[in-house]
Design a protein around this ligand. Structure first.
Ligand SMILES: N[C@@H](CCC(=O)N[C@@H](CS)C(=O)NCC(=O)O)C(=O)O
Length: 117
């Protein structure tokens, strides 16, 4: 691994589409819901940043603070907004809201970067 394919490979090592939105997921290695959430994102070719926080109670506390007190993993954030865990992610996907949320967020962020809507 020489890092030369860095632009093609997400931080988690999976190839991914650049939606423009920042998707983060807090995980434990032994968590089935985390694996399912990562698989759903990967299947949809969505880039995500994984915060693997196994055994790190301070990181879990910070995650809970960001996630309005939710302490279970996974916790998923889209452009800093907590959407919940796997079931919430799956629900958004089933209802057709996930893609919209990614592109809406990407559009809002792009507009914001250019000085507002
Ligand atoms: N409904 C949640 C369930 C998440 C869940 O139960 N995660 C387990 C690990 S797989 C967990 O955090 N257990 C520790 C706890 O409940 O404190 C989701 O869809 O993400």
């Amino acid at each position: 691994m020489d890092g030369s394919r860095l632009t093609d490979v997400a931080e988690n090592g999976m190839t991914a589409r650049q939606s423009g939105a920042k998707v983060e997921i807090y995980t434990w290695m032994t968590c089935g819901y985390c694996l399912r959430a990562k698989r759903l994102l990967a299947d949809k070719d969505i880039t995500f940043i994984e915060h693997a926080i196994d055994g790190d109670e301070e990181a879990r506390r910070q995650m809970a603070q960001r996630a309005e007190g939710r302490t279970t993993v996974p916790q998923i954030f889209i452009n800093g907004q907590g959407i919940g865990g796997f079931l919430e992610l799956q629900h958004l996907e089933h209802e057709g809201h996930l893609e919209a949320m990614l592109s809406d967020q990407a559009r809002i962020k792009a507009a914001d970067d250019q000085g507002g809507l």
